[in-house]
Every structure is written in C-alpha cells, then in structure tokens.
Design a protein around this ligand. Structure first.
Ligand code: DOR
Ligand code: ZN
Length: 362
C-alpha cells in the first residue's frame, strides 16, 4: 500500500489559540491532512458567549478558509440553558468543553468534577439539542487527605464521574477526551458493549497521536513531551494503540495539539502542558497504524467515526478536497516559526516519518 485515500479527515480536539500564535498554527491544520477541526475554548478569558464564539470562528476561517471549524463553549457558571438553546439553534457551537479547575492550561475557570449537579440544567439543554459534552477526564491532584490523587491516577479516578454522567443523561453525547489509560479504554468499551452500529454511540473517546507513542519515561525530563493528561505506562500505551486500531466507532482522533511558545517549554519551573502535533497530524498516525499492520483501519479512526459522532454534514464542509496519504519520507522540522518571535517545537522534532499527505480536489 503506497497511497491511502482517507476522504475528509477530522481532528476532533484542536487548540489554535488567538493572535500571533493562531496566525502561525491555524493554517497548519490543513498541512497535517485535516479538513474538519473541533476547536477548544480555553482561551483567556474562556469562550462563554455567543458573540465571542462567532467572532473566534470568523477569525479562524480567515486564517484557513478551506478548513471546517466546529466550535465549543467552555463549561462555566456563565452558561445558561437559554444560551445553549440559542447557540445550538444558530449552529454556533457543536459542544461544550468541561475542564476540572486547575488540571491543565487555562483551566482556572473550570469546574469541580466531584459535583456536576450545578450544571445539570446545562446538560439537559445540551441533550435536547444533541450537543456534545467534551470531558477533560482528570480529577485535580490532592495529597495528604487520604485521597491521594496525582497525575498517574487522575484519569482513572475520574471514570466513575463519567459513568454517573452517562447514567444521569443517557442520551447526552459525551466524549472522554485524550484518553491515556487502559482503564479508560476498558470503561469506554464496557459502556459500548451492546452497540450494534455507529449511530447508537453516545459515549466515545478521542485519542491523540502523541499518546500512541509516549510513555512516562518520555516526558519525565523532557518538557516538549509534557502534556495533560500525562502519558502513562507501556501497558496503557499498548491499550491505546489497540483502541485506535480496533475499528470501533467509539474511538476516534483528537490530536489535542496544544502549541506553546518554546520559551514556555524551555524553563525549569512552571513548564506549560501541551504537545504541538498539528502540522504532521496524519503522518504521525500513519507511523503507528503501519507498525501495527492496521493501515486499513486508519480511515475509520481519522475520518468516518468522528464525522459520524458529531453528525457533520457534507453541506457544512468548507472544502470537499480529500486527503491522500502517500509513502514519502520526511523529517520533522526542529521548530516552526513566524519569523517574528513565535517559535514552537513540534512533536518528534528531527525524527523521520515514512508518510506525507497531499490533497485531491473533488
Ligand atoms: O496538555 C494539554 N495542553 N492539555 C490540555 O488539556 C490543555 C492543553 C493546552 O491548552 O495547552
Ligand atoms: Zn486539549
């Protein structure tokens, strides 16, 4: 297999920031082979109003006119059920992202994951509007009170909260974002054990490219590979690769590409969490799928399942161009830069990749 047609590829978890950083990274969504991007709202301040989300989408469309942007609100006390209904009826958002306070970049305005009850009226409105609840599934770290939550068990500790939400809102579409553990993969599989076809899936998980490569040893001592949730044990990584290549419609791609200025990575305290992988998103995936002899499963993972879960319609697409993966070696650049001071280090900088992408116009 030297050419693989992937159709309309989508990345259902993308951070493109604002300002100069956004100008640099937003066009790289297409460079990485992606047509449809679901955009995260953890800006400063977070995206919680209709005007802001519409304005943000317009900015992004100017920077990348051929990319289709799906937008989200940031779950906070500022949201109301009325706002959810209005935003949904205008097609302004496809979902709401929930950040537990303090677990990652720009999450200070987030929620207490030990008690979601204040947000139940919001979830009810979302369920009625068929919007997606995107969960950053980690409990905040605590030590010394007998609970002992830390970066290695934070995701597994969150899984009961995911199950409770699904129980309380069985028709709400929920995504456990950027899964990193075998426990999370097992929970998602268990919830979906009676699913007969993709249209029935209510609870899905996104998987990043970098978590299919990394384990704990790769970020301990290397801030470029540090992200939240952190990469875990080899057994977890193996479970993630099995899930990504399983052909199951409840596991699909969300890169969680999260650019930070190199200066904020190259310091010894307060290193920013986030791996930038956007400009080579599909080629990174191809490495893993080829190594596991699963290239035939890549289109489901990176195109079909995400589009189906979000119900993306052909009329919504900004471009009908389709992406083709082809065998051509390339070297990941050491950095990408706007020439005006913003420098970002890409995932696997300096490494060789076996695959490249090109576009065919329909
Ligand atoms: O590593 C991460 N970086 N994880 C997140 O959840 C947020 C992201 C960011 O915005 O930088
Ligand atoms: Zn993210």
């Amino acid at each position: 297999m030297s050419e693989i047609h992937l159709g309309i590829a989508c990345d259902m978890h993308v951070h493109v920031r604002e300002g100069a950083m956004s100008e640099l990274v937003t066009p790289t969504i297409r460079e990485g082979g992606i047509s449809v991007a679901y955009i995260m709202p953890n800006l400063q301040p977070p995206v919680t109003t209709l005007d802001r989300v519409i304005d943000y989408k317009n900015q992004l469309e100017k920077l990348a006119p051929q990319t289709t942007f799906l937008m989200s609100f940031y779950l906070s006390k500022e949201l109301t059920p009325e706002l959810i209904h209005e935003a949904a009826s205008k097609g302004a958002i496809q979902g709401v992202k929930c950040y537990p306070a303090g677990v990652t970049t720009n999450s200070a305005a987030g929620v207490d994951p030990n008690d979601f009850s204040d947000f139940y009226p919001i979830f009810k409105a979302m369920e009625q509007e068929n919007l997606v609840l995107n969960l950053h599934g980690e409990k905040p770290s605590v030590a010394g009170d007998g609970t002992d939550i830390h970066v290695l068990n934070a995701e597994e500790s969150f899984l009961p909260a995911l199950k409770k939400l699904h129980n309380d809102f069985p028709n709400l579409k929920i995504i456990l974002e950027h899964c990193t553990t075998e426990a999370a993969v097992n929970t998602i599989s268990e919830i979906n054990k009676n699913i007969e076809d993709a249209s029935q899936v209510k609870v899905a998980a996104t998987l990043t490219a970098h978590h299919l490569f990394l384990t704990i040893d790769d970020w301990a001592g290397n801030p470029i590979n540090f992200c939240k949730p952190v990469a875990k044990l080899p057994s977890d990584k193996r479970a993630l690769v099995r899930a990504a290549t399983s052909g199951k419609p409840y596991f699909f791609f969300g890169s969680d590409s999260a650019p930070h200025p190199l200066a904020n990575k190259a310091k010894h305290v307060g290193v920013c969490a986030g791996v930038y992988s956007q400009s080579l998103a599909v080629p990174y995936l191809a490495e893993i799928f080829e190594k596991t002899d699963a290239l035939d499963k890549l289109k489901g993972f990176v195109s079909d399942f995400g589009l189906q879960f979000y119900g993306v319609k052909t009329e919504q697409l900004k471009s009908q161009d389709e992406v083709v993966l082809y065998r051509k070696e390339q070297t990941v650049p050491d950095s990408i830069s706007d020439g005006k001071g913003i420098v970002v280090a890409p995932f696997k900088a300096g490494d060789k990749l076996n695959w490249s992408v090109k576009w065919v116009t329909k």
